[in-house]
Design a protein around this ligand. Structure first.
Ligand SMILES: Nc1ncnc2c1ncn2[C@@H]1O[C@H](COP(=O)(O)OP(=O)(O)O)[C@@H](O)[C@H]1O
Ligand code: SF4
Ligand SMILES: [Mg+2]
Length: 327
């Protein structure tokens, strides 16, 4: 077996929140944003990561890139452990791993020209603003489908889709290997979403990129993903290839998410009859005991309230965490 590009093992991130407050009365508490999550991403593949807002997707993406430090667990990049390594050693990996955010406007400095924005990662990694750097920036701009005259313009002069193209050019200018796309198209109109997804796929083929593609709903990740991972309250509940996730999901939460996706063909309409999800997502600060989905699950059994189901392999490449499923 070839080494995966990313291997996360029992990765956790806990935030200490509360405490303080007036007279220090609020009790400090531990929020388990990501709780013992393990998975791999192969070189050249796209893993879609879905789940409702607050379930820990962004935290997990940031952990992979070591933008935040894990509470416990490990991340290996191309077979190299990057969890405990020092700043200098990490620098070598930094340029290989980049992130694209939902809000390119927030991520792009409004006072910098497009040329300076795209050149900045090169300068941070030791390049000078010379003809070679300008050449790389111009080439990248063309790759993302923006005209050369955009170089001396500023972010506010562009539409949302064009700004996302600038964000992509900035993320790709160092020729990274892994890109975390954190809700990168979630704020765009559906037609613009499709254009950006197509662009990301073209760039993936051309530059041999590997993606972790984060979105809160399953319809957005459908086109681009090879495999899909589903998270619920800090836990990974199901991982499978795309065809399996959409046609034969096993976890009741995944089934509910699929039921919420608008049908593309009339033949798929029967999906709407599947159990839809009810109730609000519980607080991550005080998650339900046992299976965290038990307060909303239509199939809940007594064991579900007591014991958390482990993520188990049910078929090659298919993992599910649910007491209903016998491995
Ligand atoms: N820096 C932080 N301090 C405290 N809590 C945080 C912090 N970052 C995220 N959280 C909490 O962790 C949980 C997961 O957040 P996040 O990873 O942003 O979820 P998602 O991206 O799936 O919406 C949420 O409950 C969020 O409030
Ligand atoms: S473990 Fe129980 S509560 Fe959790 S998803 Fe499975 S059946 Fe539902
Ligand atoms: Mg997020």
């Amino acid at each position: 077996m070839t080494t995966p590009l990313i291997e996360a093992t029992a990765l956790s991130k806990h935030f200490e929140v509360g405490g303080g407050g007036l007279f220090g009365l609020r009790k400090p508490a531990t929020l388990k944003a990501v709780d013992e999550v393990s998975f791999t991403i192969k070189a050249g593949e796209t893993l879609g990561l879905v789940g409702e807002s607050g379930c820990g997707k962004s935290t997990l993406g940031r952990l992979l890139l070591r933008l935040i430090e894990p509470t416990s667990g490990r991340v290996a990049f191309d077979g190299n452990e990057i969890t405990g390594i020092g700043r200098m050693e990490m620098r070598g990996f930094r340029r290989s791993m980049q992130i694209i955010f939902q809000d390119p406007y927030g991520a792009l400095n409004p006072r910098m020209s497009v040329e300076d924005i795209i050149a900045e990662p090169l300068l941070i990694h030791g390049a000078r603003m010379n003809a070679e750097t300008r050449g790389k920036v111009a080439q990248m701009l063309e790759k993302v489908g923006l005209p050369a005259r955009a170089l001396d313009r500023f972010p506010h002069e562009f539409s949302g889709g064009q700004r996302q193209r600038i964000g992509i050019a900035r993320a790709l200018v160092l020729h990274p290997r892994l890109i975390v796309c954190d809700e990168a198209v979630s704020a765009l109109d559906v037609s613009v979403q499709a254009q950006i997804v197509n662009l990301l796929q073209d760039l993936q083929r051309e530059m041999g990129l590997t993606y972790l593609f984060i979105a809160h709903d399953l319809s957005v990740v459908r086109h681009i993903s090879d495999r899909v991972a589903v998270m619920y309250l800090g836990k990974m509940v199901e991982v499978a290839d795309k065809a399996t996730i959409y046609a034969a999901p096993l976890h009741p939460y995944t089934q509910a998410l699929i039921a919420a996706v608008p049908a593309q063909h009339p033949a798929q309409r029967s999906r709407g009859k599947r159990q839809r999800i009810v109730g609000d997502i519980p607080s991550a600060l005080n998650p339900p005991s046992g299976c965290r989905f038990h307060t909303r699950c239509p199939h809940v059994m007594p064991v579900c309230r007591e014991t958390a189901p482990p993520l188990r392999t049910t078929a090659p490449g298919h993992q599910v965490a649910c007491h209903l499923i016998d491995p």
